[in-house]
Design a protein around this ligand. Sequence first.
Ligand code: MF3
Ligand code: CO
Ligand code: CO
Length: 252
Amino acid sequence: MIIIKTPPQIQGIRQSSKLAAVTLKYLSQFVKPGISTQKLNKLAHQFIVKHNAIPAPLNYGGFPKSICTSVNNVVCHGIPSEKAILKEGDIINLDITTILDGFYGDVSATFPVGQISASSQLLIDQTRQALNLAITAIKPGKYLNEVVGKVIEDFVTPQGFSPVRELGGHGVGLKFHEDPFVFHFNTSQNHLLLKPGMIFTVEPMINASLNWRVNIDPSDGWTVRTTDGALSCQFEHTILITDNGCEVLTKL
Ligand code: MF3
Ligand code: CO
Ligand code: CO
């Protein structure tokens, strides 16, 4: 069941989304060779708590940390660790979800660590652009698959890139993960008419190969990696359907 949010709920989700976005921006300044992903986790945790909010990932389904840190061939749900030290040339996705006054906001972005290769930069630019093209297309009266999955798939595939299929965006706001599941490739499963008051994330995970397959690390039950070792990149926003388009709640 897809929840149409009320104006007070929208206001609460807007505030939480803003805090998530501010946290992401704050954290991004620390992304440098030599820092551990656990240090990034700690900085984010302290920032969120200081702003009277709760980091949603912590203890969510047993997730042990406050943010997700996904490096290189890790697609998503990377677990921060003292032993994971960023090095020049890496790319890292930081995924922040806040609970403020009971409302959820969810945002992520991928950052270069020092100087990166031209091919890594292209993957980052294309993934960000894929999300932005979807945002431009999202309007009430359109179907979710035409403005999200189709737009993203059609944009990245000619580059030799592929959207991950097993994971997707989601309704968000009153809970971390609500209906609908948002696919980042074109599928009739997302033949859903968009209506004002819907709030969901769009968060394309784009692999730098035509192989969209992933697997979950059996040793921790969380870390999602590409099966072929290719790099994977992700950007995420929380989006409200408005009367004439959409509002990106996690945009600063
Ligand atoms: N923030 C992720 C998303 O965009 C979900 C992370 S779940 C966690 O949906 F448990 F790994 F934190
Ligand atoms: Co997220
Ligand atoms: Co999300």
